[in-house]
Design a protein around this ligand. Sequence first.
Ligand SMILES: [Zn+2]
Length: 280
Amino acid sequence: MNSTTFAFIDEDAKKEIRRSLLKAVALPGYIVPFASREMPVARGWGTGGLQITLSIILERDVLKVIDQGCDASVNAVNIRDFITEVTGVKETVNTSEASIIQTRHRIPEHEFAKDEKQILVFQVPTPEVLTTVEPDTAKQKQMHANSDYAKLWVLLYEDTSQYGDSRISNRYPVLINDHYVMDPSPIPKYDIPRMDNSPVLQLFGAGREKRIYAIPPYTSVKPLKFDDREFKVESFSGISCERCGAQNVFFDEVRRETGNHYFCSDTEYCDQHLEKSNAS
Ligand SMILES: [Zn+2]
């Protein structure tokens, strides 16, 4: 460790972020403003998630950082290197070993421990779910307070009547604890049911937009949908990973001249599955 502050951010700033986090946890799905600090990466590159992680991390924590399911992408590596540099904590790619997992746009494929001790920190570009239907921020607040999501329902209805289903592919609106509707960050629909009743504490940070929100462990998370409609996630039936042979996971699609190729989006899952298949 060098002589700079543990975890880069000064203690007053950490305190302010932790207070916002406490409020967010007490009101699941409610958006809490916070004084987003300058980070040594540009806003829009995970500064919200980074500030949350740096405010809650302890020396005993074990850190995993993923970008679209990948531990080795440039963004994930840079963020992980920075956090381990300013904290000295142990890093891992192993989901079950990690106490804090910072993620961009995916939830790890492996199941979490049931003891509520793991924390998932999401990097969020657009925290306000109502932006697409109501640009006025004062009105948005009022709508949230009244649980008035009529405009979102109308959007959903228009899509369903015209196209047979919602056209929203990611950032699918979710109802938290039967009250607030929330933006789950740009995770695929595949990950939405996996947020429901999850044993992990899910924290969401938007650095550029200066907003924090949260879902405590074992909280109800339901996609906004009509009762007589099924919530359809991305379908990969009949597809298996070209590298490890896994099925029934979320795939990255790579388009080449030879056609479409599919690989596990979660690289840790892919590595472990490959190891298992080679061993057997
Ligand atoms: Zn694979």
